[in-house]
Design a protein around this ligand. Structure first.
Ligand code: HEC
Length: 250
């Protein structure tokens, strides 16, 4: 029994210290933080633009379907037109038995730009650009980490040797990453006129990827609030009942 408790305590703390990781990232002021926090639709739309114009060249978003973009405030026609700008591999081969790609449909998921992992690695110096749809959930303090990663390309400290094909990044574990800095000042021209600084694009695309990782966050929070309100009202009723029940005893 004692051993079991020790084992549980060990796993808990070991897991925790691993989750905290060796690198601390500055906490950003995200719009969805706190119990009343919600996503900022304009920011998510800008983030989608950065994903589409920059990240989708290498990364898939395989758990997000185009139709999910209604949550960001787009119309059905807008989404249909947007889906068409992606090449999607058809699930079934054609009559000659050949696989083929076609323009995306609203029910498709954001595709990987590469036909398979080998092709993805071959174009990226042997490294694999991971699917980004759950990345914010998959890393500790995911949103702060992603922002730190995207803004963390700097000159390496003196004396540090960077291997060929790798880049120095202050936020990446080990500080050497195969992805070269994806964002340059003005890499996109925002349709809403916002100035596209590296920090702005990093913030917006991180917000978008936080939404892809947890699209139901707002519903979950409002449900949580309703449950808390209900429990509070229930407590008040219970106290009143207790007082009435015991009133005559004294
Ligand atoms: C030219 C291709 C390319 C582009 C464009 C690109 N990436 Fe990457 N990305 C990669 C590769 C390759 C890796 C794997 C790096 C490694 O294993 O060292 C990677 C890894 C990542 C990771 C994982 C880091 C980790 O902790 O494992 C994240 C997050 C990421 N990219 C985000 C983005 C975002 C956001 C964009 C768009 C702003 C973007 N990438 C654009 C190639 C790219």
């Amino acid at each position: 029994m004692c051993r079991l408790i020790l084992a549980v305590v060990f796993v808990f703390f070991a897991g925790n210290s691993m989750a905290a990781g060796p690198l601390k990232h500055e906490a950003q002021d995200w719009s969805w933080n706190g119990i009343f926090g919600t996503y900022d639709r304009a920011q998510l739309q800008r983030g989608l633009q950065v994903y589409k114009e920059v990240c989708s060249g290498c990364h898939a978003l395989k758990y997000v379907a185009f139709r999910n973009l209604v949550d960001l405030g787009y119309s059905k026609q807008g989404i249909r037109a947007f889906a068409k700008t992606f090449d999607v591999k058809n699930a079934e081969p054609n009559e000659e038995g050949e696989t083929f790609t076609r323009p995306g449909r609203v029910t498709d998921y954001f595709p990987s730009p590469f036909p398979n992992e080998q092709a993805a690695r071959a174009s990226n110096n042997g490294a694999y650009p991971p699917n980004l749809s759950l990345m914010v959930e998959a890393r500790p303090h995911g949103a702060d980490y992603l922002y730190a990663l995207l803004t963390g390309y700097k000159d390496p400290p003196k004396g540090m040797k960077i291997s060929e094909g790798m880049n120095y990044n202050s936020a990446y574990p080990g500080h050497q990453i195969a992805m070269s800095a994806p964002l340059d000042e003005g890499a996109v021209e925002y349709t809403d006129g916002t100035k596209a600084t590296v920090r702005q694009m990093a913030t917006d695309v991180t917000a978008f990827l936080a939404w892809t990782a947890e699209p139901n966050l707002e519903e979950r929070k409002s449900m949580g609030l309703k449950v808390m309100l209900f429990l509070f009202a229930f407590l008040v009723i219970l106290i009143a009942m207790k007082r009435r029940t015991w009133a005559d005893v004294h």
